[in-house]
Design a protein around this ligand. Structure first.
Ligand code: SF4
Length: 374
């Protein structure tokens, strides 16, 4: 039984230049048909779920769905799933799609956590990213959500934007903190293959900041957010005490979850299943009460260990030496070399990244896997 549910809504007003998530241009009628199919899928998967601890509606931009579709979605959720455990119910929101009336509707539907993609408080940087909103709209979206009674709000920020300076990054951090969100995520901009961002870099139209500056930006976030009471609990995530994302903690702990929606994944038992990203097929399959799966794999013991290390090391708590031992690995011994070099440390029965290791976490993970012979 999985107590965590992810729902994917793949529509966006416009594609941001750096985005390689599964999202398509918003179309009102298509979105209505999609939501009907989504409600069917939720019904078909209800037997996999226990009392929910978290529902996460991501995208895309789920706030683009109209009132009727959002209401139908929540009716289906409440009809088929057990909400007796008072789950965290998060929706991703982009400024512009969560105006005052949308926020009121979201609060009425039971959404108790909003994750707002603010990204920057500098309008030129937002323009560079291809975002549809300006910083004033982002602040309005935050205030509207807060006024609607949603108290648990997370803010996403991006660093490493072409043209961004250390001082503009510091300003974005301080403006975000002024809003008093319960949670802040800071993501490094990574140019992905086949995105317009990568094309512009290759064409010499945009230049990524130098690596040294990106490192300074990362440490600036660690130090500033730490000084303001935000606990750094995962490589990219900071929270006020008790406001860590319940949903994401389950991912990092390799917990089971159900995914619904085109392109969504599920992890139940040892099985990882992937829904189709073909929207027409998604809707057609569900019209025949068929789960629109593209493929599924059974996770091997070796893959389970790799996932456990990769995900565990992302958290600031680190990897439990005892739990790793249950999986047949001596993590403390494997980490000895990296520990001597100052990239990891042992703390209270856990192996975790140091401040020096955090900035090169991918390399540290690869070295740890090698040391374990994986
Ligand atoms: S809003 Fe999010 S999902 Fe949509 S295009 Fe931009 S980054 Fe991608």
């Amino acid at each position: 039984m999985a107590d965590y549910l992810y729902i994917h809504v793949p529509f966006c007003a416009r594609k941001c230049i750096y985005c390689d998530f599964f999202s398509v241009p918003f179309d009102k009628e298509r979105a209505v048909r999609y939501t009907e199919a989504l409600c069917r899928e939720l019904g078909l998967k209800k037997a996999l779920a226990g009392p929910l601890k978290s529902v996460y509606i991501g995208g895309g931009t789920p706030g683009l769905l109209d009132r009727g579709s959002l209401t139908n979605l929540f009716d289906a959720l409440k009809e088929h799933y057990d909400f007796s455990a008072s789950p965290e119910i998060t929706m991703e929101a982009n400024p512009g799609s969560s105006a005052a009336e949308t926020s009121i509707l979201l609060a009425e539907l039971g959404i108790n956590r909003l994750s707002i993609g603010m990204q920057s408080f500098n309008d030129n940087e937002l323009k560079t990213l291809g975002r549809v909103h300006c910083s004033a709209e982002a602040v309005s979206a935050y205030e509207a959500a807060s006024a609607a009674g949603i108290r648990n709000i997370s803010v996403d920020l991006i660093y490493g934007i072409p043209g961004q300076t250390l001082s503009s990054w510091r300003k974005s951090l301080s403006e975000a903190v002024k809003l008093s969100p319960s949670h802040i995520s800071t993501y490094e901009l990574t140019p992905e293959k086949n995105t317009p961002l990568m094309g512009s870099i290759e064409a010499g139209e945009l230049m990524m900041p130098k690596e040294g500056l990106i490192i300074e930006m990362y440490y600036a976030a660690l130090d500033y957010l730490g000084s303001k009471g935000y606990r750094h609990y995962e490589i990219s995530n900071f929270a006020l005490p008790g406001r860590e994302s319940i949903h994401n903690l389950n991912y990092w702990d390799r917990g089971e979850y159900i995914g619904a929606g085109a392109g969504a994944h599920s992890f139940t038992g040892r099985r990882r299943a992937y829904n189709t990203t073909d929207l027409a097929r998604y809707v057609d399959d569900l019209a025949k009460d068929k789960i629109p799966e593209e493929k599924s794999v059974v996770v091997t013991d070796k893959e389970a260990v790799e996932e456990y290390i990769f995900l565990g090391l992302r958290t600031l708590m680190g990897i439990s030496i005892a739990k790793a031992g249950d999986l047949g690995i001596d993590i403390a011994r494997a980490a000895a070399g990296l520990s001597e070099q100052g990239f990891v440390e042992t703390d209270n029965g856990f192996v975790k990244l140091t401040r020096k290791g955090l900035i090169v976490s991918n390399t540290v993970m690869v070295k740890l896997m090698e040391a374990l012979g994986l």
